[in-house]
Design a protein around this ligand. Sequence first.
Ligand code: C2O
Ligand code: CU
Ligand code: CU
Length: 488
Amino acid sequence: MNLAGFQIAALFVLTFISVGHSCMKMDKATTIVARTIEENGFTNPLPIPISINGTSAVMDAKSGSAILGNGITANALSYGNADILGPTIRIVQGEHFKLNFTNRLAEATNIHWHGLEVPADQDGYPTDVTVPGGSFQYDFEIKNRPGTYWYHPHPDMATASQAYRGMAGFFIVGSPEETELGLPVGEYDVPIVVQDKRIENGALNYNPSDDDRSVGMFGESVLVNGVTSPIFEVATRVYRFRLLNGSNARIYNFALSSGENFQLIGTDGGLLDAPISVPSVLLAPGERADILVNFGTFSPGNELYLQSNAFAGTETQGKQAYKILNFHVVRQENDPFVLPASLMNVDKIPETEAIATRSFNIGHMMAHNGMASSGGMIHPLDGRFFDPNRRDEVVNGGSSEIWEFDNTNGTETHPMHLHAGQFQVLSRTGGRGRVEPWEKGWKDTVLAFPGEKVRIIIRFPKNTGKYVFHCHNLEHEDGGMMLNYEIK
Ligand code: C2O
Ligand code: CU
Ligand code: CU
């Protein structure tokens, strides 16, 4: 090696060491692995959260105890139910959502309407909170396409803690156009939220270690609609399942244990233009998939599972395959359902409509233990940590832009989520190198594995004000991986 080469090499080593001391440590990073899922016998009936009418809703945030199945009752926070899960809010596109919300918790909270296009003062901005004992009237028009949205708390640096302890619910938008498609309804239209929790001595506490703050909080128990080891009894017909990954950090690669394909009909922002037959759907925290499963090929007495298959792309998770929900086929039923050839038009935003491109480096290395110092801020987004007093990006309402989330040099998975509106995924380079079937419709959250760069296009709604975009690994979000953007 000549002198210049040696100097460069020395500089590189020194840079690596100094970075290693101040912020990250590579060898440690590769050893943090998601907690192993423990499967027990499937014995607990799947609860279906109650539905309430969104045009005149009343909801309290409060703490209480939740029945998690297998004889476990745990302290939990909730939106006024006996169950851990909040009520499913149902409403029709174009209607006015009205909610009288009271905070009966001992801590400040607020509600974010994940995926919905709402005015800035209705969006649950991190510092826009309702104090203990306080109330807030949410009131906004439903602009979104029919689909599966959800709600959860969003207070600055407490989103992970409050969501983990139980606060979340479905927000389902319908429309006459959707009804005409004749998709399964009523007891055949089943919302399914999957969340891994750590149940220790019958309690559901949020006490993340430094490792948990680094890679995310993983549990050993998978709860479906709030219970562990669930059974769902089905008839020999087609069901609509609205899958939501409501976990803090875990990614699921949903598939049927029979190995059969199912029909993917919707994504984060509602129905696809046509059904797609797929063997699996990979959902990161915050993402949804609407699927149709045909039990018509089974007979009463048969059993199968919704499971998570192993997947590649990250060192932290994906190595384990495990069962999630046990289907018992219990009765024969005639099925009048015919799969429509087309569903609902997805208006493609042309790339030429974009007036700007913004690139965000999301690829920092895994946070190191010693780093959890400066107020818990350990996960940067494009080199910055969340600061409610800053204006990071300013965009024009009604204009379109391309945003790039670049995880090329990262070591962790980051599901990136934008508030204010839905976007479309243009491309993914590196890693999987493709746009997945469940990324073909409207989206509000998109996953970037280490090594991947994802490009999206968004047409900003004409709502003015300050919104956020962030990583939906909730430990990353609370650890600083969130920025502001203002729509003018
Ligand atoms: Cu589901 Cu900013 O959140
Ligand atoms: Cu770091
Ligand atoms: Cu992240």
